[in-house]
Design a protein around this ligand. Structure first.
Ligand SMILES: NC(=O)c1ccc[n+]([C@@H]2O[C@H](COP(=O)([O-])OP(=O)(O)OC[C@H]3O[C@@H](n4cnc5c(N)ncnc54)[C@H](O)[C@@H]3O)[C@@H](O)[C@H]2O)c1
Ligand SMILES: [Zn+2]
Length: 382
């Protein structure tokens, strides 16, 4: 019999055509002042106007915080929160990718005296003081479905996840209009991040019946859609599949947890500022090949569920699935090594130590990793 497991999810999730319209009944007469968190890229793309139009219809006062930065450090997040505290807002609306949503989540639980650095030491200090609505503009991190917030800690050269149930969103809106013109590079990075979430959760030691359903459905949506969603501006069906698939994959994280791909990619972000999606894409295939002997059955199940062919043995099915994932990563033009980034080759010891430090996620990996295994995996990508 399986141990205990749980499904944590946002209170309301609105999806489908014009789901942004749901902002009006959610806000009107219930919230007087909304703090809208976003960043320059989102603002310049013009899509911020879509939720702002609905907030006007809802008669809400709006204060816009549009200077959030991609992949923020704990102190950069704190700077936004300090300014937000003076706003008297009774609702936070995040319009952006994972970076924006993560800062919005931290702001929602940062009442009292403690700051983000206190939350890094003890996430349980945070108590929700302002409800949140998440509107993702990438597809995606799935951050709208998790109670995690990821920040960089520069002096330790790591990225760290702060986990607290209080950060679960009160409302999520998945409207494909928000990703219609998502630039290809960002769509590819964040799409491969979602793919990693799904396959890692499906093969995680903490996988359970809830996360299995969510992760498998995410794979069913993402694998056949990701390339067209990135390459064909008009492929709205595939983009919608990516948006929903990313959400399911995020929900799978909330029900179980990612594994060695994310564990070993965090130091690539923390030490060398490689974007989260790219770092995962770089680690994905080496880690999946390493995991092959421990995950044959799971890979075979994915192969069967997606009707990928007529292979009969688990080994052949697993090979075919890994080939497909590898071809997606290379087709999307995401680097398979860190050569495009400024990574000193002599830093292998530092990388290995930092990777081994991400115990929270490494311990979810079905195949145990020794220090030598971690070294071997990093050597493959240098
Ligand atoms: N909390 C979680 O559960 C979780 C899960 C995975 C990743 N993350 C974190 O999320 C962050 C990465 O988020 P991301 O990949 O969504 O990217 P991002 O939020 O960092 O955004 C990347 C760039 O894309 C731009 N952008 C976003 N949407 C756009 C749009 N529709 N049109 C034009 N430009 C747009 C932004 O302006 C930014 O410059 C990382 O810090 C990662 O660690 C968090
Ligand atoms: Zn991720």
């Amino acid at each position: 019999m399986m141990g205990r497991y749980a499904l944590k999810a946002p209170r309301s999730v609105f999806c489908g055509v014009n789901s942004l319209d749901e902002i009006v009944p959610f806000v009107k007469g219930k919230h007087r002042r909304a703090a809208v968190f976003t960043d320059r890229g989102v603002r310049e793309s013009g899509i911020l106007e879509l939720p702002l139009d609905r907030l006007r219809l809802a008669d809400a006062d709006v204060e816009i915080f549009d200077d959030l930065v991609p992949e923020p450090s704990c102190d950069q997040a704190q700077g936004v929160i300090d300014r937000f505290r003076g706003s008297r807002a009774d609702l936070i609306i995040a319009v952006g990718g994972g970076s924006v949503m993560d800062v919005a989540k931290l702001a929602s639980i940062s009442c009292g005296d403690h700051g983000v650095r206190d939350l890094l030491r003890d996430p349980a200090l945070g108590k929700k003081s302002v409800p949140t609505m998440m509107i993702p503009t990438t597809s995606g991190t799935g951050a709208e479905a998790t109670c995690n917030s990821v920040v960089a800690v520069p002096e330790e050269e790591v990225k760290t996840g702060i986990v607290n149930d209080e950060m679960m969103a009160d409302a999520v809106i998945l409207d494909v209009e928000m990703i219609r013109r998502l630039p290809k590079r960002i769509a590819a990075f964040s799409g491969v991040d979602a793919l990693c979430h799904a396959i890692e959760c499906y093969t995680s030691k903490r996988a359970n019946p809830f996360s299995d359903v969510l992760a498998m459905e995410a794979l069913r949506l993402i694998l056949p859609s990701i390339v067209r969603a990135c390459e064909d501006g008009g492929a709205m069906e595939q983009k919608e599949a990516m948006l929903r698939g990313s959400f399911y994959a995020g929900a799978a994280i909330a029900a179980s947890g990612t594994t060695a791909v994310h564990a070993l990619s965090y130091p690539l972000g923390g030490k060398y500022h490689i974007p989260h999606g790219a770092a995962n894409a770089i680690m994905l295939m080496p880690v999946m090949r390493f995991n092959l002997p421990a995950c044959l059955v799971e890979f075979g199940e994915v192969y069967d569920a997606l009707c990928l062919g007529n292979a009969s043995s688990d080994a052949a099915k697993a090979d075919a699935l890994l080939d497909l994932m590898g071809s997606i990563v290379s087709r999307l033009g995401i680097p398979a090594s860190v050569k495009d980034y400024d990574v000193p080759l002599g830093d292998l010891d530092g990388l290995v130590a930092a990777g081994l430090g991400v115990r929270r996620l490494l311990s979810n990996n079905k195949r145990e990793l020794s220090a030598e295994d971690v070294r071997g995996l990093y050597r493959e990508i240098l």
